[in-house]
Design a binder for this molecule. Structure first.
Ligand code: N01
Length: 530
């Protein structure tokens, strides 16, 4: 008999809810978490300025009406410390701590067909057996530091934003170099610029960013909103992104140009990426419509940044707006008006090496006291590939994913019985409100496990043909949009040597949920039970 019914890897939003959901269903469950606290991405990414770009009313669990009534968010977009406080509150409130093991990295998981158990090995050499293995490792957990010659010789401190010191880093009076201008770099840069003697922003690709217009939550608004939270959650479940966005419902290309500009400006003033990009139906599928929105955003940069040469370098032109995650910031572009901030174009003159006193590019040397990497993640598959997962016949998951990560419905990899991935490759995951998608996955997996148990089946496994068909569908949908035109982490293009496969599912949260429900209603079509 296995030690556990369910072993969960990770205790971020997904792992925490998995513990609650499986335990409430009467199963024994344990989550193994590498971090010294719960929270996953919200535990590790504690750099200054870290803030969610999904509104707090959406980026929160919906499984407990009491929880959503009792908890009050202080801001429209929650900052990292508040998200972490919320998750700890959830663990307290539902008594989850006894089933979460912190500071425990899972290094291997091996399927034993004889006993129909997984053996999970942790960094301290301990082994636990479980009937089911649930990966809740998250999509943005395996961080990447570029291999720059000489980095080990750098005399000052250097940090990756995803492994920020828990007691902070003090840049007061220092000359700081920042590499990376994605969502993270754009958030951390103004915080560093506020205290540093000088900040050098090394930019390889200019990015689009919309304002947050973050604000305190108004208690009267909150009371009125919470009166009908359940209806709102239902709308979110049926929506495209997992957030109900009131768009115009029309294509931009059929609208008079002045009306489009007026609509975009109103949404720009209101702040937030989802309402802005969701204004028109054709922005992410038609390049001409996309260009209108992109040019609108470039105009906002031109009118914000005083030096036309700096503004010119900041104008994003390398990809359609929205095809990479849209960044959000109220102060990133204006930061370049400070005399103590320099934008360095490393597209034309790449970084060549690091020396003890600074960083060398193809055409200059920059004296630096500290270096910050906001260089992103080996996303979606990276964290799981770091674990030695072995399925039927000892086949390795990393090997199976050598040509790109895959799974049936974004939840079950063929060849790995009794293994499920929360928001895995081929699910809406990172292109949706993650919390809502996590809940949907965890509940669907729980129901599948209960279905197997109720019928006395020891194993459940996706068939290779169901996986093939699903991934072909994921690709087909992606290539009907502008998303594949960007060199993004959605495709793995940010990791040298990683196969380029568009992995998130773009069919929409509502339709995806309906498809998962239909699969379940048909007796878990595409799965084999034994
Ligand atoms: O990572 P990224 P991130 N030399 O991969 C550059 C979520 N998130 O941590 O574009 C020089 O987006 C790279 O340049 P390029 C969100 O989903 C959410 O910022 O590849 N530069 C890019 O500028 C987001 O999408 C929130 O040319 C190098 C940057 O590093 C995801 O996390 C906040 C380089 C990496 O950008 C990841 O965001 C933060 C190299 N060798 C994060 N390698 C919110 O909710 C990489 N770069 C608001």
């Amino acid at each position: 008999m296995a030690d556990l019914d369910v072993a969960v890897v990770g205790a971020g939003f997904a792992g925490i809810y998995a513990v609650h959901a499986f335990r409430s269903a009467g199963l024994t469950v344990r989550a193994f978490e590498a971090g010294g606290g719960i929270g996953g991405t919200w535990f590790w990414n504690c750099y200054p300025g870290a803030r969610c770009d999904v509104e707090s009313k959406d980026y929160s669990y919906s499984f407990s009406p009491e929880l959503e009534q009792d908890w009050s968010w202080s801001e429209r977009y929650p900052a990292q410390p508040e998200v972490l406080r919320y998750l700890n509150h959830v663990a307290d409130r539902f008594g989850l701590w006894p089933d979460i093991q912190l500071s425990t990295r899972v290094t291997a998981a091996t399927w034993d067909p004889g006993s129909s158990h997984w053996t999970v090995t942790t960094g301290d050499g301990q082994r636990r057996t479980a009937r089911f293995l649930i990966s809740a490792v998250g999509c943005l957990s395996a961080y990447q530091v570029p291999s720059l010659p000489g980095l080990e010789t750098f005399a000052g401190p250097w940090y990756h934003t995803s492994r920020w010191p828990r007691d902070g880093a003090d840049f007061t009076g220092l000359r700081v170099g920042l590499i990376g201008t994605g969502s993270t770099g754009i958030q951390v840069a103004p915080e560093i610029a506020a205290v540093a003697e000088h900040l050098y922003v090394f930019q390889r690709t200019a990015n689009f960013a919309v304002p947050n217009r973050n604000r305190a939550v108004d208690p009267d608004w909150e009371r009125a909103f919470k009166a009908d939270y359940r209806t709102y959650r239902k709308q979110a479940q049926e929506s495209f992104l997992g957030v109900p966005i009131p768009g115009t419902g029309r294509p931009a290309l059929t609208e008079p140009a002045e009306d489009v500009q007026r609509t975009l400006m109103a949404r720009w003033q209101a702040g937030g990426g989802m309402p802005f990009l969701g204004a028109y139906t054709d922005v992410l599928v038609d390049r001409a419509a996309n260009d209108i929105v992109a040019e609108f955003m470039r105009d906002r940069i031109r009118e914000t940044v005083a030096d036309p040469a700096v503004a010119g370098l900041l104008l994003p032109r390398a990809y359609p707006v929205g095809a990479k995650r849209l960044c959000q910031s109220d102060d990133y572009f204006a930061m370049f008006n400070r005399p103590t901030v320099t934008l360095v174009d490393i597209r034309s003159a790449p970084v060549s090496s690091v020396a003890p006193s600074g960083l060398r590019t193809a055409d200059a040397f920059y004296e630096l006291d500290a270096l910050v990497f906001a260089t992103g993640f080996d996303a979606i598959s990276g964290a799981l590939r770091q674990i030695d997962v072995r399925g039927t016949g000892g086949v390795s998951l990393a090997g199976e994913w050598a040509a790109g990560p895959r799974s049936y419905l974004g939840v079950a990899p063929a060849g790995f019985p009794n293994m499920f991935i929360v928001t895995g490759p081929g699910s809406p995951s990172v292109l949706s409100n993650m919390v809502l998608s996590i809940e949907q996955h965890v509940e669907w997996i729980r129901d599948c496990v209960l279905h197997a148990d109720a019928r006395g089946h020891a194993t459940v496994e996706a068939t290779p043909s169901a996986e093939d068909a699903w991934m072909a569908h994921v690709t087909e949908v992606a290539y009907s949009t502008l998303f594949p035109l960007a060199d993004s982490w959605y495709t793995g293009a940010n990791i040298p040597g990683k196969p380029r496969v568009f992995t998130p599912y773009l069919g929409g949260v509502g339709p995806y949920r309906a498809r998962c429900d239909a699969v379940a209603a048909a007796g878990y079509e595409g799965f084999v039970f034994s």
